[in-house]
Structure formats: C-alpha cells, structure tokens
Design a protein around this ligand. Structure first.
Ligand code: SAH
Ligand code: DHB
Ligand code: MG
Length: 224
C-alpha cells in the first residue's frame, strides 16, 4: 500500500469529516500562484492541530514556520476572539502571502506573522515579557529544531503542548547517516526531548497525502 492509497483515504476522510473549506482552499491557491512550496500540513493534519488546541482550551499559540499560513489558520480557528497566535517566518515573501490568507480567513485580529530568523524572534518574545504560550507548533527548518525546542521551553508553562512536524521523514529518522539534510537536526531534537525531564513526549507516525512522516507531541510537566 503506497502513497496513492494514503492520498485517496485522506480525500475520503476529508470529504466525510472536514467538508469543503473555501478559505483554506483559497489559501493554497494563492500559495501556489505565488510559487511557494507545497509543504503545508494536510487538511486532516490541520484539523488535528485545531482539535488539540481546542481540546486544551488554548488561548495563546506560538508557531515557528508560517509558510502561507495554512497551519496558522487551522490553529487560529481554535482560539477565542481574545486569543492570540504569533507565527514566525524567515521569508518576507512567505509572510506576505500568509498575512493575506489570514486576513481572508477573518483571523487578522488573532494571528500575527513576524518576519525574521526564528532564533532572532524567539529571544525578542521573551524580552517583551510575553505571557507563556499554551501550544507551540514547531515546523520551520529542521536543523533548527533543537534550538526551537529549547526556546519553546522558555516560552512555555506547566501544561503547554509542544508539537513538532516532520519528525519521521519517510523513516529516515532512524538512519544516523542520512543524506536528508533535515534528519540530523530532527535526531538531535528527539534526543534532546528524550533527555529533558520537564517534558513527557510521544511520536505519532502518519501517512497520507503528505507521504510518510510524523508529529512529536510533548507536554511540559514542570514549572519552567
Ligand atoms: N507550518 C506551515 C509550513 C511551514 S514550511 C504549514 O503547515 O502550513 C517551513 C517554513 O519555515 C517556510 O516558510 C520557511 O521559510 C520557514 N523557515 C525556514 N527557516 C526559518 C527560520 N530560521 N526562521 C523562521 N522561519 C523559517
Ligand atoms: C518540508 C518541510 C515541512 O515542514 C514539511 O511539512 C514537509 C517538507 C521540507 O522542507 O521538505
Ligand atoms: Mg512541516
């Protein structure tokens, strides 16, 4: 069974459980039109992010890696009107598409995109004295994951969920000599999470229209 089947099952489940979503469809259309890579979470994965955020009553969300704002919209939909989402994006060009997509989704008052390398933006959040985030979604460059996790802990509270995308990479994660550029960073990230006594974590492998990959989900169990 291969990607074609996984994709058909995704389409079936999306038809049954998600239904048409003109706002997300338009976001993808404009992302493609602007030449952005098609590496957003799948519709079903976006719904999972929304449900996890809703399930924990999230009020404040931090995202690292915006692209065209697809996952941003999914997460921001989980927030109440007074909620807040900050998404960090390196590329000005991506941020511009994302801001337009977020505005069309009616989420401009809730979700903000900040442009620059995440490792410059994360210390700024702390210096601003931002309240802790309830959910932190890590989905930028994979080499950065270990640093993003360390910053996520500093910006978290007891009970925060830290979710990271793309931690399986077609199974390459178990290959210590992988030629896939992101794999060493993901492996160091997994090892860092494993050695961090303040979190409890698991990885869920996923198949679907995005191929074979996975999410890491960690809960902060201590005061940080
Ligand atoms: N979360 C998005 C997909 C993000 S793709 C979704 O599912 O819809 C990864 C994004 O991270 C890209 O837009 C890329 O430009 C951005 N990125 C890469 N390196 C970064 C860095 N150092 N800081 C912030 N963003 C970065
Ligand atoms: C890539 C990045 C992602 O965040 C993703 O979900 C899929 C692929 C990539 O850089 O190839
Ligand atoms: Mg991703």
């Amino acid at each position: 069974m291969e990607k074609e089947t996984w994709t058909q099952v995704d389409r079936y489940m999306e038809g049954q459980l998600l239904g048409p979503d003109p706002v997300l469809e338009a976001a993808l259309r404009d992302s493609d039109a602007a030449g952005l890579p098609s590496i957003h979470v799948s519709p079903s994965q976006g719904k999972l992010l929304q449900l996890l955020a809703q399930g924990m009553n999230a009020r404040r969300i931090l995202e690292i890696g915006t692209l065209a704002g697809y996952s941003t919209i999914c997460l921001a939909r989980a927030l109440p009107p007074e909620g807040r989402l900050i998404s960090l994006e390196y590329e000005q060009r991506h941020a511009a598409v994302a801001r337009a997509n977020i505005a069309r989704a009616g989420l401009a008052r809730i979700a903000e995109v900040r442009v620059g390398p995440a490792l410059e933006q994360l210390p700024r959040l702390r210096a601003e004295g931002q309240d802790p985030f309830d959910l932190i979604f890590i989905d930028a460059d994979k080499q950065g994951y270990p640093d993003y996790f360390a910053w996520a802990l500093r910006l978290a509270r007891r009970g925060t969920l830290i979710i990271a995308d793309n931690v399986v990479r077609n199974g390459e994660v178990i290959n210590a000599n992988s030629s896939n550029a992101g794999v060493p960073g993901v492996r160091r990230f997994i090892e860092l999470v494993a050695s961090e006594p303040r979190v409890s974590a698991t990885v869920v492998q996923t198949v679907g229209s995005k191929g074979y990959d996975g999410f890491l989900i960690a809960r902060v169990n201590a005061d940080v």
